[in-house]
Design a protein around this ligand. Structure first.
Ligand SMILES: *Cc1c(COP(=O)(O)O)cnc(C)c1O
Length: 382
């Protein structure tokens, strides 16, 4: 390995996850693969062609910049849906590239109309309904105003979708709030239908909703975390398993993160290791220096808590996580040497460090751990 660390992406896991999701969701439900946050840390440029190769032709991103990266990574044309931010200056390019986007307020609709009139190209819009999350979307009054504007300017809009986002479908504690959102969505959809507007895709579900609330699947599901091989929450996984005979996880992780030992050092009893005095060597300790740190996405909250795999053994991170380095206790690892492989996420021998282990010891969601993986780390397909 020439770089200080490397992220590997397993193509077989992608094939497995897509096959599982397609089988579960059935042929009538379109999958939009969510690749925001640099494809959940996996790397947009690496992940998009792989998902495309294995049958995905609909991608969702958060902003215009990510949409352009997806656009440039595709081999064949596919739908790209921007769920969040586009600055007004990018609206014309958004429309001329055929990118789809959420209309989450009236202002967005007016900016789109102006640009599409100028270009004489239809804007492909997804009307986002405010159904109870109180984050973004058109309320009933705004929806009626939007409809009036759309009807008046029919030739400038393609109604690609009518959507909303559910406020926490990965936890059963939100059950009644979600049910209310779903019924509000249906009521708002009826307003569209009454005005003869038929969106191409009705969509509300993310990974957790698609599994926990089957009626939320509708025409399209926006699947992020599950396609990368993670369940949205323990609850989502348990509820999936509860009526299955096999208790085997059908999803596979795509991503691994590896580094190597940069230096090995013996530390005497009573010495502190690293910055400050957070780690005191209570016995003769052998430390391994590893060239990853918080600048690469290894959170400081893993100081004195994280674990890595070296020589087929679990080793504790000792001292604080530095910007570019961590130290691990390798006292009990036989024949440890500079250059030995260090697994930060993934398998080594029979052992595995999962992203969920990070959340157990550092209060980070698996989403968060993945999203923090630096874009500078080299990504390689295996
Ligand atoms: C991130 C996101 C998703 C995907 O969520 P997962 O839990 O990763 O499946 C779906 N919809 C919207 C609006 C999102 O922002």
């Amino acid at each position: 390995m020439n770089s200080s660390s490397e992220i590997t992406l397993k193509e077989n896991a992608i094939i497995n996850n897509i096959r599982f999701l397609k089988k579960k969701l059935g042929p009538k439900v379109k999958i939009s693969t969510v690749v925001k946050a640099n494809a959940y840390g996996h790397g947009i440029e690496q992940i998009v062609p792989l998902f495309e190769k294995h049958g995905i032709d609909h991608f969702s991103v958060f902003d215009y910049g990510e949409a352009v990266r997806v656009y440039n990574s595709l081999v064949s044309p596919a739908s790209i849906m921007i769920m969040g931010w586009i600055c007004d200056d990018n609206m014309e390019e958004t429309i001329s590239k055929g990118l789809e986007f959420f209309v989450f307020n009236l202002d967005r609709l007016n900016v789109a109309l102006k640009a599409s009139k100028k270009l004489n190209i239809k804007a492909k819009i997804h009307l986002e309904a405010e159904t109870g999350m109180n984050r973004s979307g058109l309320d009933v009054r705004e929806l009626r105003e939007a409809i009036a504007l759309i009807v008046e300017n029919e030739e400038f809009f393609e109604i690609a979708g009518f959507c909303t986002h559910l406020a926490g479908s990965e936890s059963i504690s939100n059950h009644s709030r979600i049910q209310k959102q779903l019924s509000k969505y249906q009521k708002m959809l009826a307003i569209l239908t009454d005005n003869n507007i038929k969106p191409t895709y009705r969509h509300v579900a993310n990974s957790a909703a698609a599994f926990t609330y089957p009626k939320s699947r509708m025409d399209l599901v926006r699947i992020g975390i599950m396609q990368y091989g993670f369940w949205s929450s323990a609850e989502t996984f348990i509820s999936y398993l509860s009526n299955k005979r096999s208790k085997i996880n059908p999803l596979q992780r795509i991503l691994g993160w590896q580094s190597q030992i940069m230096a090995v050092k013996a530390v005497k009893v009573g010495e502190f290791v690293g910055y400050g005095n957070s780690y005191l060597a209570q016995t003769e300790t052998l430390t391994a220096l590893i060239p990853i740190g918080y600048s690469g996405g290894y959170s400081r909250s893993l100081s004195n808590k994280g674990r890595v795999l070296i020589g087929g053994m679990r080793c504790s991170v000792i001292g604080v996580v530095n910007m570019n380095m961590i130290m691990a206790d390798v006292t009990n690892v036989p024949n440890v040497e500079v250059g030995d492989e260090v697994v930060i996420i993934g398998k080594q021998g029979d052992l595995e460090i999962k992203v969920s282990a990070f959340s157990d010891i550092s209060d980070q969601l698996n989403y968060e751990v993945l999203a923090h993986l630096s874009e500078r780390i080299n990504r390689r397909m295996i």
